[in-house]
Design a protein around this ligand. Structure first.
Ligand SMILES: *Cc1c(COP(=O)(O)O)cnc(C)c1O
Length: 492
């Protein structure tokens, strides 16, 4: 038979020599395990030298290079200058440190590489299992739905999209916001995460639709100010549709009074969304659970598996109490996504009906392996341990005359500054900013900063299963040392 197509050379991205790649792969695995095992011995963070930075401006590769060489460059240029979050003294922003088992899980997931949009296959079942466990953890009913997403920002976006769909009062999917008779309003703590405003912007509501309610002395959303804002908006002809409660504010770890917010939502027929990106996991701890009271009655809850539960990025989750409403917010079934009764497009699990993404990665495996390997109790212990460590740091700060704490330590975040006395606010801001950078450059610890009442503060946030109490002591001592040196030399 003569074909029009002449097949001369078929190519593939598989190795020519599997045995060689296997050997290198074993070395990679060993290197990464050693890297985690010995992370404490290295500086938390180091600046990338200019000659290494320059190597990231290579031209587009057009000819093959042996994978051994490529791996060597990874070791020299990438592995050597990490962000540092697996280190026990990395307390910047709110991050997780990763775990060895979860690292392996990510490799296994990439190996089988299923598409988690839908279909009848084991990985989909496993995500459904993980969602079911999540509902159990947070006291959500069986008919609730859930979706693993890239993180808290996406979880908030999905939650607010369902809220908008549920409460708009017209066919929002069809008409969009052109169908709205009045501006739809959402309320949150002035200290709520910026992803709430971003969600409102992306959803077409605009930042004018976000009412940022001032906080009380405990950095909680002020309930009477909230009620006043809702009443004023209604009187002005606006349409309140959602209140966002925060379980663990990013600045200070403050916990909103979620029961009080739930009551207002009930009374006013508003959607109750909780942003519990990291703080939701306090619910696992018998000592801390009272701080999250009311969270279980949320209409939707956002939380991050890559913060306190320590999974490698990226993995967050959203739960929605009314699973059917969740599905109806997003479901679209074009011809090329026909769901079958049988075959690989069979089954009743179609995660693409519950969010924005169609093709999705097999993030669920690392949650499943984490929970099965360590048990859910282990997460509760990490949460309690980190909160105890932060409170200990708060005590050390309070005991040091030249350190000043600017917010209560509710959970795992301490807001403080070096204040030797006799300096004005401008000088204190400069001094502490310089101190923060010197601390990072010392390699001893990484923390980030924020402002409390306009004042620049150091803001360690301990969501790290490798942190020990001795690390807390070392870092407080180092901060005092650097502060003293800066003040004495006047270099800030
Ligand atoms: C971290 C955080 C977010 C954003 O989550 P990502 O996983 O970074 O997208 C939202 N809200 C709060 C309270 C957070 O701490």
């Amino acid at each position: 038979m003569i074909l029009n197509t002449q097949i001369q050379h078929e190519t593939t991205l598989d190795p020519e020599n599997w045995a060689e790649l296997r050997e290198l792969a074993h070395r990679m695995l060993d290197d990464m395990l050693t890297n985690l095992e010995t992370v404490r011995e290295r500086p938390v963070w180091q600046p990338i030298p200019p000659e290494v930075k320059a190597r990231f401006a290579e031209s587009l590769p057009t000819v093959p290079q042996p994978v051994e060489e490529v791996y060597q460059q990874f070791l020299d240029d990438v592995l050597a200058y990490p962000m540092g979050n697996p280190h026990p003294r990395f307390w910047g922003w709110v991050m997780g440190a990763g775990t060895p088992v979860a690292m392996l899980a990510d490799m296994l997931a990439a190996g089988i590489n299923p598409n988690m949009g839908g279909g009848d296959h084991s990985a989909n079942r496993l995500e459904a299992q993980v969602i079911h466990w999540s509902k159990q953890i947070f006291g959500f009913p069986a008919e609730a739905s859930g979706l693993l997403v890239s993180g808290g920002s996406m979880a908030n976006l999905v939650g607010l999209a369902v809220a908008r769909h549920a409460k708009a009062g017209f066919d929002l999917r069809k008409e969009g916001l052109f169908g709205a008779a009045a501006r739809l309003m959402v309320y949150c703590n002035a200290e709520a995460h910026s992803s709430i405003q971003r969600a409102a912007e992306v959803l077409g509501l605009g930042s004018d639709s976000v009412r940022k309610i001032p906080t009380n002395d405990h950095f909680q959303l002020d309930i009477s100010a909230l009620e006043a804002a809702i009443n004023a908006d209604k009187a002005a002809g606006l349409q309140p549709f959602c209140i966002v409660g925060t379980a663990g504010t990013t600045n200070t770890g403050g916990m909103d009074d979620l029961n009080a917010i739930a009551d207002i939502c009930q009374r006013e027929n508003l959607w109750f969304h909780v942003d519990g990106a990291f703080g939701a996991f306090a619910a696992l701890s018998p000592q801390l659970k009272h701080l999250t009271a009311g969270m279980e009655s949320a209409d939707s809850l956002a939380f991050d598996w890559h913060k306190w539960p320590q999974l490698p990025f990226e993995i967050g989750c959203v739960l929605v109490r009314d699973g059917d409403l969740h599905r109806r917010t997003f479901t679209l079934r074009p011809d090329y996504l026909k769901h079958e009764e049988r075959g690989v497009a069979g089954g009743d699990i179609w995660f693409s009906d519950f969010g924005i993404e169609l093709t999705r990665s097999f993030k669920a495996l690392k949650v499943w392996m984490l929970l099965k390997t360590h048990g859910v109790e282990a997460i509760a212990q990490i949460v309690e341990q980190n909160v105890a460590q932060a409170r200990y740091m708060g005590e050390l700060v309070d005991a040091a005359p030249e350190l000043e704490r600017l917010a209560p330590v509710t959970l795992n975040i301490v807001c403080f500054r070096y204040n030797p006395g006799g300096l004005d606010e401008v000088a204190l801001d400069r001094l502490n900013n310089e101190l923060l950078l010197r601390l990072q450059e010392s390699g001893v610890a990484v923390m980030s900063s924020t402002r409390i009442g306009g004042k620049f503060v150091l803001r360690p946030s301990i969501t790290n299963h490798r942190t020990r109490f001795e690390d807390v002591e070392l870092v407080v001592e180092t901060v005092r040392q650097i502060g003293k040196t800066l003040v004495e030399s006047g270099t800030y």
